[in-house]
Design a protein around this ligand. Structure first.
Ligand code: COA
Length: 140
């Protein structure tokens, strides 16, 4: 991902998430040196992912595919790439996910992540209030 991809990424982010990353968060992430990739087909950005490395731990901060292309295997493909990157650079890859996000949870289980904890009231919830986060991890 480069600055040239930001508009396309933000457009997908706004459609795919109830609480999307802002342009500022995305620009900061890019400036921070996180591993950030876009999945491109026929010159069109269809998905992206972000991994932060802290010492020997990787953190999957974002994985998103364009809503009109969900269920076509793009998420699985993107995740496999990010896991390979984390495998090459870290000992463990962590992520947080909303338990209500059954599609993402199923994808992570299928990829080999284990549920290792719960973070109480981690996310803002639609309609107010908070939602827990499921903490998942894959050890290499
Ligand atoms: C989660 C997300 C990245 C998956 O991307 P995708 O391109 O739809 O994923 P794929 O088509 O590769 O499917 C991957 C797996 O997701 C699960 N999945 C896909 N569609 C599903 C559905 N309708 N119901 C339940 N599980 C589903 C399956 O486990 C699937 O693997 P399989 O095809 O081997 O059964 C995508 O839905 C997305 O961008 N969601 C919004 C952003 C988000 O929630 N990101 C994760 C935050 S932690």
């Amino acid at each position: 991902m480069t600055a040239a991809d930001l508009a396309a990424v933000l457009a997908i982010e706004a459609r795919a998430h109830a609480f999307p990353w802002t342009p500022g968060i995305l620009a900061d992430a890019l400036a921070s040196g996180y591993y950030m990739v876009v999945l491109v087909q026929a010159d069109e950005v269809l998905g992206y992912g972000v991994v932060q490395i802290i010492l020997d731990e990787g953190h999957l901060l974002n994985i998103t595919t364009a809503p009109q292309h969900h269920g076509q295997g793009l998420g699985r493909q993107l995740l496999a790439h990010l896991i390979q990157y984390a495998h090459d650079h870290t000992d463990t890859l962590f992520l947080e996910v909303r338990p209500s996000n059954t599609r993402a949870v199923a994808m992570y289980h299928a990829a080999g992540f284990n549920e290792v904890g719960l973070r109480r009231n981690y996310y803002p919830a639609v309609g107010g209030g908070r939602e827990d986060a499921l903490l998942m991890a894959m050890a290499f």
